[in-house]
Write a protein that binds this ligand. Structure first.
Ligand code: NAD
Ligand code: G3P
Length: 326
């Protein structure tokens, strides 16, 4: 696998291009002309990942057709744009590694279901885990789940992408890897609310734990494996994203907890807080699957402006006392 293409020049696509460029040729497609020019002329993505010197080996293009010559593609476009970007690519037969963390609004589908519909001849993989883009782009150590149904394809992708400081762990649980990444973004908004409302570290830890129970219930109902949900792409990413204002989702929740409206916090932002899109979709999917997800419901009520922070906290704290694990 010589040349890796990267679809999407946001922060995470750019960081993954850094990883791929260490192991060989890398071609990054960016949608914004200013990103293409910034990378081509200054080896920096000044819009989405400023201050990081990019490897000169990263080639950049604004033309999706150029990606057809690559041996595999990392697809790093936000979840709500995944379908349109995959549809705009030429028909491919190379592995697609899906890196977005979310569910499609119109259909409640996961990304690999969307990709299978738009690029039916490509083998699919999911790369997900606890990875802040700026840390990976700077070469700090990280580990991810690389979920691939076809083991030989997975091994080839792993050997092309693995570095001493970037460790992909192989899995065949594509559904589990995706559900962990999608659900943790919604839970991170809830943890941000706890931070913004100054409810304390005990409350945050309780929320992570009960949020993980929620993720597990939903994941198992959708066919995920428990060990995947407890791994890097599930619990690992949940802990990272619920612990730092480096997370866009956690920061969004913190703003809500401090009293700002979701509309004001989301207006005009160029970077993506996937949890804001995933929350209502996840609530619908949970209802369809008959799964109780009270924290997700609470986040939905806050984002839609239907409930105030204090009402949501009251709702969560007044639920019937339960048996743990039941
Ligand atoms: N940033 C991270 O640390 C990180 C880490 C792991 C996974 N992810 C996931 O990667 C995905 C991409 O996030 P990011 O952080 O790279 O994005 P970003 O917030 O840095 O940038 C926004 C991206 O959205 C794209 N975009 C905006 N409108 C679009 C449209 N109409 N069609 C296609 N693309 C459009 C932009 O081109 C840009 O690539 C998300 O699903 C995110 O959850 C991000
Ligand atoms: O900034 P966030 O909240 O999108 O989180 C980034 C990554 O998903 C963390 O693994």
């Amino acid at each position: 696998m010589k040349t890796i293409g990267v679809v999407g020049g946001g922060a995470w696509g750019t960081a993954l291009a850094q990883v791929a460029a260490e192991g060989g040729e890398t071609l990054l497609w960016a949608r914004e002309t200013e990103v293409v020019e910034s990378i081509r002329n200054r080896h920096e993505n000044s819009l989405f990942l400023p201050g990081i010197a990019l490897r000169p080996a990263i080639a950049v293009t604004g033309d999706l057709e150029d990606l057809a010559a690559c041996d595999a593609l990392l697809v790093v476009t936000p979840a709500q744009h995944m379908r349109s970007v995959l549809a705009a690519l030429p028909r491919l037969r190379i592995p697609l590694i899906l890196c977005a963390k979310g569910m499609e609004e119109a259909t409640t589908k996961l990304m690999h279901d969307v990709a299978r519909e738009e690029q039916p001849e490509s083998p699919l993989a999911v790369l997900s885990g606890p990875t802040f883009a700026h840390e990976v782009a700077a070469g700090l150590p990280a580990a991810v789940t690389l979920a691939v149904e076809d083991r030989p394809v997975g091994e080839a992708l792993r050997s092309r992408l693995a570095l001493p400081w970037f460790r992909p762990y192989l899995s065949d649980d594509v559904v589990g890897a995706e559900i962990g990444g999608a659900v943790k973004n919604v839970l991170a908004i809830a943890c941000g609310v706890v931070e913004g409302r100054k409810l304390g570290l005990n409350a945050r830890s309780a929320l992570i734990s009960r949020g993980f129970a929620e993720m597990t219930r939903f994941g198992l109902a959708r066919g995920a494996r428990a060990d995947t949900l407890a791994g890097l792409s599930g619990l690992g990413d949940l802990v990272l994203t619920c612990s730092s204002t480096n997370s866009r989702n956690f920061s969004l929740g913190k703003g809500l907890g401090e009293g700002s409206s979701a509309a004001a916090l989301l207006a005009d932002r160029r970077t993506v807080a996937e949890g804001a899109f995933t929350a209502p979709v996840l609530a619908r999917a949970a209802q369809d699957a008959g799964v109780d997800m009270p924290i997700t419901s609470a986040v939905c009520a806050l984002l839609s402006g239907q409930a105030a922070v204090d009402d949501v906290v009251e709702y969560l704290l007044s639920r019937p006392l339960k048996v743990e694990g039941a």
